[in-house]
Ligand binder design. Structure first.
Ligand SMILES: [Zn+2]
Length: 231
């Protein structure tokens, strides 16, 4: 019994990873229907791990389970990005105001270390993953420092980082824009260090809206090139 349960958990994990990779890499496209039986057959597993993996992907916002309507890869349109990033900006600016009074010297040191790792060039897929992780962590330091559990939950529910990863996966040009991102992150840290709240909020807003606009532009560009090169 014990062994069977372990191996089933491993199957769920393997299916989850395979599907997540396929969605992030646009192997399965935005809006596409997911057929549980077909996926189970292709992956050589039973239906149960596929269903469990789909539930996990749904909590991350990567798939949408429509009641009586089937399961689809969550759509990702410029409007999805605009709505997500508008809320992200509101929550993050509020968090920044709260964090200003609560941020510790350790937090500031941690931010400095993250800035260092964000400075590394992005050449491989592994670099890209590390970069995205460090970027998420950078913003989470601020969110956590606000000390508001509800704000943290709302922020996490936006799943902004997953939307970013999906768009970056199909946008080969984004590492060339890293210079801009780095100087924005530096401005955020310097405002925090100097305890300048208005400057901090302004720097965050600039960073998040610039990211929003470039992600929206990347989606539009991708959908145009997909129309030009139909598979
Ligand atoms: Zn950032």
């Amino acid at each position: 019994m014990e062994l069977a349960r372990i191996s089933r958990e491993r199957a769920v994990d393997a299916v989850y990873k395979a599907l997540r990779q396929a969605i992030l890499g646009s192997l399965i496209r935005s809006g596409e229907r997911l057929n549980v039986e077909e996926l189970a057959r292709k992956l050589g597993v039973s239906l149960t791990p596929v269903r469990h993996a789909i539930q996990q992907l749904a909590t991350e916002g990567l798939v949408e389970v429509r009641p009586r309507g089937g399961t689809f890869v969550a759509s990702l349109t410029p409007q999805d990005v605009e709505e997500t990033f508008d809320l992200r900006c509101a929550l993050e600016c509020l968090a920044a105001e709260r964090a200003m009074r609560r941020i510790t010297p350790q937090d500031l040191r941690h931010l400095g270390q993250i800035l260092e790792s964000l400075r590394m060039p992005v050449r491989t897929e592994e670099d890209q993953k590390n970069h995205e992780r460090a970027n998420v962590e950078f913003h989470m330091v601020l969110i956590r420092a606000a000390g508001n559990r509800r704000l943290l939950e709302m922020y996490e529910a936006l799943n902004a980082h997953i939307k970013i990863a999906r768009i970056h996966a199909s946008d080969a040009d984004w590492p060339t824009r890293l210079q801009e991102e780095q100087s924005e992150h530096e401005a955020i840290v310097s405002a925090l260090e100097n305890k300048r709240t208005a400057e901090l909020v302004q720097a965050l807003r600039k960073h998040i809206y610039r990211a929003r606009d470039s992600l929206m532009a990347a989606i539009k560009e991708n959908s145009l090139s997909a129309q030009r090169n139909p598979e």
